[in-house]
Design a binder for this molecule. Structure first.
Ligand SMILES: C[S@@+](CC[C@H](N)C(=O)[O-])C[C@H]1O[C@@H](n2cnc3c(N)ncnc32)[C@H](O)[C@@H]1O
Length: 276
């Protein structure tokens, strides 16, 4: 356990370093959510009491982290993970007064317009946010001037001729290939920048790559391997071979503008358009 603890302590993430390694490894869903969240928060201004949506929160580790580290109130929303298990984890972490777990689908959120001071999403937004209309949809739940902060796995640059390189496409020695069909939602920083800048709902868009993000991902995969707590076979070998040529973490932040685009996921739109 001491070895694992050392593997999870990174000088660039002092807040994450104080969380139990076993807790981080038992609740991981791939990359280290706390490291990604801590990096995201460097680019955001979270203040005590703010209402924050943690969208695609998985096992609610980042929701607990946000509540503890910044004193914010968190609505922890996820599709695959049950609210009951997340509530158990929230209570065990003593965060029951500030984290509310919910099972919900990202296109069918029940919140009031302008309810949140911030929406964050760690390693999840690429599952639903690549659609041009999504930022306008999620934007409606954030107050004017409120914040958006997303970290997604993505590409440091486009593949040459659109072809996935062999070291990502071919099976590693454990038999698993890194690149699966779902990875086609791994996009470049340029893609996210253009997607958000194209929306009138947000302003002050900033997008960047995590320095040495591939190395952090690889090192966390090695820690998972060592702990035996992997849900899937490790991707460490492919990430190490890639060495940041393509695989990266991308951070996007923005502020809610005064303008609103139409909610194209509103099921009553048909009626508003006179349909029967
Ligand atoms: C790779 S996991 C990351 C979870 C967590 N943020 C973390 O970093 O540990 C991606 C999460 O996105 C959530 N997700 C995917 N599609 C979703 C959708 N349409 N609506 C809500 N959540 C979704 C899944 O339920 C899953 O828990």
């Amino acid at each position: 356990m001491e070895d694992l603890k050392e593997m999870l302590i990174k000088p660039e993430f002092p807040r994450s370093a104080s969380y139990d390694p076993d807790w981080q490894l038992s609740n991981q869903m791939g990359p280290n959510a706390l490291w990604l969240c801590e990096w995201l928060c460097e680019a955001m201004e979270l203040k005590p009491g703010m209402r924050v949506l943690d969208l695609g929160c998985g096992k609610a580790m980042t929701s607990i982290f946000l509540a503890r580290e910044f004193g914010v109130r968190v609505w922890a929303a996820d599709l695959w993970m049950s609210q009951d298990n997340n509530w158990k984890r929230v209570k065990e972490a003593g965060a029951q007064d500030s984290v509310c777990p919910l099972r919900m689908e990202a296109h069918a959120l029940p919140f009031a317009s302008g309810f949140f001071d911030a929406v964050i999403s760690i390693d999840a937004y690429h599952y639903f946010g690549t659609d041009e209309h999504y930022i306008d949809y999620i934007g409606q739940f954030v107050r004017e001037g409120g914040q958006f902060g997303v970290v997604v796995p993505g590409l440091a640059r486009e593949f040459e001729n659109g072809i996935v390189p062999a070291h990502l496409a071919e099976p590693q020695s454990n038999g698993k290939a890194f690149w699966e069909p779902a990875c086609r939602s791994f996009k470049t920083a340029g893609f996210w920048n253009a997607l958000w800048k194209g929306s009138a709902s947000v302003q002050d868009v900033k997008v960047d790559l995590q320095p040495d993000g591939w190395r952090l991902w690889m090192e966390f995969e090695r820690a998972i391997e060592k702990s035996g707590k992997g849900i899937f076979p490790s991707d460490a070998e492919a990430i190490e071979k890639d060495a940041g040529q393509y695989i990266a973490f991308i951070r996007a932040t923005a502020r809610r503008s005064a303008l609103s685009e139409m909610n194209l996921y509103d099921p009553t739109l048909g009626l508003q358009c006179g349909a029967e």
